[in-house]
Structure formats: structure tokens, C-alpha cells
Unconditional design. Structure first.
Lengths: 434, 161
């Protein structure tokens, strides 16, 4: 069924020279190159059932929002009613400048959906990839995201990130008395729901690797100190994590989900601790009189990056995940905060606070190669897409509201991520287990 | 005038200048650091009395948690009042401006609340009487994205139940 990638690329290039007078974009993209054109792609409404048009809309939004694709408006299509079983009339698609065309057929029966989809390489005149699945009809959005991921992978050579969720802090009410509650939505903003009731401020949500649980910090009733809670997403059952005397906060799961690192403040000192999720044993990781917070495990779980003001100002430090041997990795002007290790292991993203404003940046785990991607009056709290190619963070305008934004690691495309309310503190989930 | 007298005079003037400087610093900071002129509308020993005539809050410099000169004066008045009226449980609330990151500011607020607590304890208030809580930048006292608002949000508030 699938033609090997390399061969398709070569054929595509050759066909373009033979068949097209104008240069055409190939159905492949190297996103690590300093410059590239988004791949023009036509996504035809899936045939056979009314849900097919909605699935095509979800796929168009996903690919367009990635910045790597340009979704050609359906109004300009020449060939219509194209399903998964027929071969496209390639000249019709070349004429509107498409490099790829996505088609699908949907059959629904008794609450289940059968979906066939194909991605055609218009220049090569051949199928590039295709999938077929059966699922409950209620899963049509997820199927659309899985198809989007398949297209992304075929064209970029890397795993996609569309079949994911985002946990964040929903903010409502006046700025000096905000209701802050944890919400979860699909990465495209659909299926938004609230996980906490807003009775007390809840912030800094993080997903477990299975997405079954989130860990976050919430204030207690009646001026009770902030503490870390573990909550089952589906059942809503929540448990206090750790029996610490002071304020505990800034939790984050280890990549295998077995441990949670967090901060504990007592008598003006803030140190890092680690806790076993199941056994509940806890151990101290740092022992300083400074503020050590925002811990994040490396992708393999062997190291922890965190920020500390032990040297006088907030900077990033890396240590083995068992503690000890902390070494500073940030040395630029300004303060560095909220480090997050890429799931690929190649970068650490951070918030930078300079005299001119806030920035979102990346550096290698040894501190080299620092690059700022976004800046503004306040940008804070980056979180990685599971493929390590996109960051989400929050952006607040001076004196104004706050919302989510996403940017790719090259810093080319920043876009607003829609949420029903003001939003902060996003946490991007891993790919949803299939 | 002898040389010795001259030196003494210079010392006196210097001391006076230093006092004036401190007073100027206090005035430059926010007005609510200064106890307003005694009001007759609140009962002595009431929470209103504490807020209006003693001053319930001390302010901090950017990213700092050391008690400033003006804050010391406020905390000294607080200690004096709290020793007189011993029936109030005390919670010191630490807060930060919006120019820091969320998690760090939670820790910084705790450090500020703790600095105020330590000062009161050193003045003779029992440690067991004082709780602390940090709101970081989650509950600003003043809404505004300007230096004046930020200065009033870098605060430790002595709240009485």
C-alpha cells in the first residue's frame, strides 16, 4: 500500500519537472531547515456521511495551525465528491497548486464509524499513505486527529501531536479576586471541561504519562496553605500528595509516572522533594536556604532541571534526579525560570525575565545554543508538544487578559490557542494512548 | 567654638540629616505605611484600630524579602499593639507583583511573610501565634500594570482573625 518515503520524494521531484511548468512544492518538508514554504494541501470533505465534512474541518484546522501546511480553500477545488476509493484527477489538483490531496469515506452503522482515508501525492500521482479504522461514532474528533497525525508524519517524517489534550488554568472574575480552576480540553480547544470547582485557587496542572491523572496545586479552604493534589481525571477522586508541614507546590511527574517532584516551603526556604506516587515515600533532593522550584525531569528521568536563586538571582540548574551535584546552566543577562525538558531530550525551554520584558526561549541541556522564540509584556510557562517541535505558553498583555499561545521551535509561527475563558499555565499531554 | 564643639555639631547635623533621610524614604513609599492620624471612629483594640492606627502591611523592593526601614517601624508598632491585645490569631499573607513567574513568586511570597513573622517574633510575639501563607502573584492587592501598583503588591499583610 505505502510507497517508501524516499522513492516518493524522488518521483515527486521528477514528475514536477516533467508535468508542471511552474515549480511545485513537494509533499515533504524538512522543518529543521532555516526556511521553507508550507506544503499546500487539499482536504476534501469525507464522503458517505454528514460527519465527513466535520472531520475534514478538524483536519484542515490542525494542519493549518501547525504552520507547516497551507490548507487550500475547498471553494477553489475543481474535482468534487471525491471519496477514498477513486483515484483523483491529478491535473485538477495540480492546477490549484496542491501538493497533496486528502480524501476519505465514512460509513456509519449502529453507533459505529468505519473510516478510510488516503493521502495522495499529487506531483507523483501516487498514494502517499492511507489508514482504515472502525470506532464508536462519538470518537469522530479523535479519528480526525489521528488522521492529522498520520498526514503530519508522512510529510515531516516526525510524529504528530494532534491526538493530545491540554490542561490549563481557567481564569474568570476580577483581576484581584480571580476564580482559577483546572480545565482540560483537546489540543484544538474542543471538549473543554473543568476538573476543579473553583472554590479555592488551583494552578499548575501537569498530566501523568497515561493522561489518567493530573497533579496540581490548590489553596485550602479558610486560608489553608497551598498543597499538591493528585486527581483522577475521569472519576474526579483526589488525594493530597505528601504530608508536609508548610506550603507544597510546583509538582511534576517523572516521565514513567512513578514519581512526582515538587517544592516545599518552610521558614522562608524552598527546597525540592520527590515522592513515590504509589508508595508515598518522600525524600529531599536539595538542601539550600534559597528558593529551589519548578523542577522538571529529563526525558529519560535521570536528571532534573529547576530554577534557584541560590546564586543571587533566579537561574537554571541541572542535577541527577536523586539530588546532589547541582550545576548552573544559564548564564545570560536576566533571570531564568520554569525550565521544561523536551520529550526529545534535545532542548530545555524556559521563561526569561529581562529588563525589557519576558521571553520564552530554548537552550541545550548543557546551557549552550540559547535562543529566544517569543517575547512580550508577560509570556510565561512553556510546555512541550509530545514531538518536541511546538511549545505552548501563556501571554498576558499589559493590564489586560491572559490567554494561551503556541509557537514552533524555530520561532516562525506563533498563534493564539482558543479557550472559552481567560487561560494560563498550559500543560500539553503526551499522545493519547490508542 | 572649639574644634571639639565643631565636631559634635557636625555629628548632630549628620544624625539629623540621616533621620530626615529615613523620614523621606518612608514618605516616598506608600502612604499606607504611615499610621494615619489617630482616628476616633474605631475602638481601641479592634481590627479596625490595628489597620488604621498601626498599619497592617509592609512593602518590599523588587525580588527582595528583606524588611525595609519603613517596614521595621510598622512591624515595631504591630508588635507593641499585638502584645497589648493578645486575643487575635495572626496570619501573615505574603504577596508579589506580576513581574515574576508563578511558582517562584509563591516561594517569594512565603519568604516575605516569613521575614515579617521573624521580625514580630524577635519583638516578643510568640511564634506559635503567627501563621503564614503565600499568595504569590495569585491575589494582587491592587490591579494595575505599573510600578505604583507593583510596589503595593510586594507586600506582607498582618491579618487578624
Amino acid at each position: 500500500m505505502m510507497i517508501p518515503h524516499r522513492r516518493t520524494v524522488l518521483l515527486g521531484a521528477a514528475s514536477a519537472v516533467l508535468a508542471a511548468p511552474a515549480a511545485r512544492a513537494q509533499l515533504t518538508i524538512d522543518m529543521t531547515k532555516p526556511s521553507f514554504e508550507p506544503v499546500p494541501i487539499a482536504i476534501v470533505d469525507f464522503q458517505g456521511d454528514a460527519i465527513g465534512a466535520q472531520m475534514a474541518t478538524v483536519i484542515r484546522n490542525n494542519l493549518q495551525n501547525s504552520g507547516l501546511f497551507r490548507s487550500i480553500p475547498p471553494a477553489s477545488f475543481i474535482e468534487h465528491n471525491l471519496g477514498a476509493s477513486a483515484q483523483p484527477r491529478f491535473p485538477d489538483w495540480r492546477q490549484i497548486g496542491a501538493s497533496g490531496v486528502v480524501v476519505g469515506s465514512v460509513t456509519s452503522s449502529g453507533g459505529s464509524l468505519k473510516v478510510d482515508f488516503r493521502l495522495w501525492d499529487v506531483i507523483a500521482g501516487a498514494q502517499a499513505t492511507g489508514l482504515s479504522f472502525t470506532s464508536q461514532a462519538a470518537n469522530w474528533r479523535r479519528l480526525s486527529h489521528i488522521i492529522s497525525d498520520a498526514i503530519y508524519k508522512r510529510v515531516t517524517g516526525e510524529d504528530g501531536y494532534f491526538d493530545t489534550r491540554v490542561a490549563y488554568v481557567s481564569e474568570t472574575g476580577p483581576l484581584n479576586n480571580r476564580v482559577k480552576r483546572i480545565a482540560i480540553m483537546d489540543q484544538d480547544g474542543a471538549n473543554n471541561r473543568y476538573i476543579t470547582d473553583g472554590a479555592t485557587i488551583a494552578i499548575t496542572p501537569r498530566f501523568s504519562p497515561t493522561l489518567q491523572e493530573i497533579v496540581y496545586m490548590a489553596f485550602g479552604e479558610n486560608k489553608g496553605p497551598p498543597r499538591v493534589y493528585l486527581q483522577n481525571v475521569d472519576s474526579g477522586r483526589r488525594e493530597l500528595m505528601g504530608n508536609f508541614p508548610g506550603m507544597s507546590f510546583a509538582p511534576r511527574f517523572s516521565p514513567d509516572g512513578s514519581r512526582i517532584a515538587m517544592s516545599l516551603s518552610q521558614d522562608g526556604r524552598t527546597n525540592l522533594y520527590e515522592m513515590d506516587v504509589r508508595g508515598r515515600s518522600q525524600r529531599r533532593l536539595t538542601n539550600s536556604s534559597a528558593i529551589d522550584t519548578s523542577p522538571c525531569y529529563s526525558n529519560d528521568g535521570s536528571q532534573i532541571v529547576f530554577n534557584s536563586d541560590r546564586g543571587g538571582s533566579q537561574q537554571l540548574y541541572v542535577m541527577p534526579s536523586g539530588g546532589g551535584g547541582e550545576r548552573r546552566i544559564s548564564f545570560g543577562d536576566g533571570r531564568y525560570a520554569t525550565p521544561v525538558w523536551s520529550p526529545r531530550g534535545d532542548y530545555i525551554a524556559f521563561t526569561k525575565i529581562g529588563s525589557a520584558g519576558f521571553g520564552i526561549g530554548i537552550m541545550r541541556p548543557d546551557g549552550s545554543g540559547e535562543r529566544l522564540l517569543a517575547n512580550g509584556f508577560l509570556v510565561e510557562g512553556p510546555t512541550w508538544a509530545p514531538n518536541g517541535r511546538v511549545l505552548m505558553f501563556f501571554r498576558q498583555d499589559r493590564g489586560g487578559g491572559v490567554g494561551l499561545a503556541a509557537i514552533d521551535v524555530t520561532g516562525r509561527f506563533e498563534r493564539r490557542v482558543p479557550t472559552p475563558t481567560d487561560a494560563s499555565d498550559p500543560a500539553w499531554s503526551p499522545l493519547i494512548p490508542q | 567654638m572649639t574644634r571639639k564643639h565643631d565636631m559634635q555639631m557636625i555629628k548632630k547635623i549628620a544624625a539629623l540629616a540621616a533621620l530626615m533621610l529615613i523620614a523621606a524614604c518612608s514618605n516616598n513609599n506608600n502612604n499606607s505605611n504611615e499610621p494615619p492620624s489617630a482616628s476616633t471612629s474605631v475602638a481601641p483594640g479592634s481590627i479596625g484600630d490595628f489597620r488604621q492606627n498601626v498599619g497592617d502591611r509592609v512593602y518590599f523592593d523588587t525580588d527582595m524579602s528583606s524588611i525595609r526601614e519603613d517596614g521595621r517601624a510598622t512591624l515595631a508598632r504591630q508588635a507593641e499593639w499585638l502584645k497589648k491585645y493578645t486575643n487575635y490569631p495572626i496570619t501573615i499573607e505574603g504577596k508579589c507583583d506580576e513581574r515574576g513567574t508563578r511558582e517562584y513568586n509563591l516561594a517569594l511570597g512565603e519568604r516575605r511573610a516569613n521575614a515579617a513573622r521573624q521580625y514580630l517574633v524577635a519583638q516578643g510575639i510568640p511564634a506559635s501565634r503567627i501563621k503564614t501563607i503565600s499568595y504569590g502573584k495569585e491575589r494582587p492587592e491592587v490591579v494595575g500594570s505599573d510600578e505604583g501598583s507593583w510596589a503595593r503588591n510586594r507586600v506582607a499583610i498582618t491579618a487578624l482573625e
